[in-house]
Design a protein around this ligand. Structure first.
Ligand code: HEM
Length: 127
């Protein structure tokens, strides 16, 4: 499955560029920014990056440091409705433009983000 080759295609560096560009936009965002109040953005950035690294075939640092991801549980404190979910996806557009990853890497990442972000909706009509 091509998904498991993403790490070998883009390496640490590819994930780093993508996720750094994503997190740069967070503080100014009026929907997502407030959810990070009081958190160290650099640490949050590292958690998302390490999670993606292991999910897409790289080293298991995330699992060593954080254990099982339990993403729905860990997102429960944050009010994720359809609008917040759509904003998260929208904020990923620029980073993809900037990072210029090979299409074979970008496609499985985008598809994973789309489904995972929907799965994380925990407020609003869909509940
Ligand atoms: C749908 C909109 C989303 C919102 C509003 C959101 C928000 C947040 C917030 C506020 C945190 C805490 C930051 C921290 O770690 O200190 C977090 C953590 C995290 N998010 Fe999201 N997130 C969203 C979607 C996603 C998606 C799609 C993924 C995976 C592709 C993801 C993966 C993670 C991971 C791995 C962590 C760290 C979990 C941990 O080890 O504690 N999130 N998210």
């Amino acid at each position: 499955m091509e998904e498991y080759n993403v790490y070998s295609m883009i390496g640490e560096e590819g994930f780093e560029r993508l996720i750094a560009a994503f997190y740069k936009q967070i503080p100014q965002d009026e929907i997502l920014g407030p959810m990070y109040t009081g958190r160290k953005l650099a640490d949050a950035e590292q958690r998302l990056r390490d999670f993606l690294v292991v999910r897409f075939g790289g080293p298991a640092r995330y699992l060593e440091q954080r254990g099982h991801p339990r993403l729905r549980m860990r997102h429960n404190p944050f009010p994720i409705d359809q609008t917040a979910r759509d904003r998260w996806i929208q904020l990923m557009h620029n980073p993809f433009q900037k990072a210029q990853l090979p299409a074979d890497a970008e496609e499985p990442l985008r598809s994973f983000f789309a489904s995972t972000s929907t799965f994380l909706i925990n407020r609003g009509e869909q509940q």
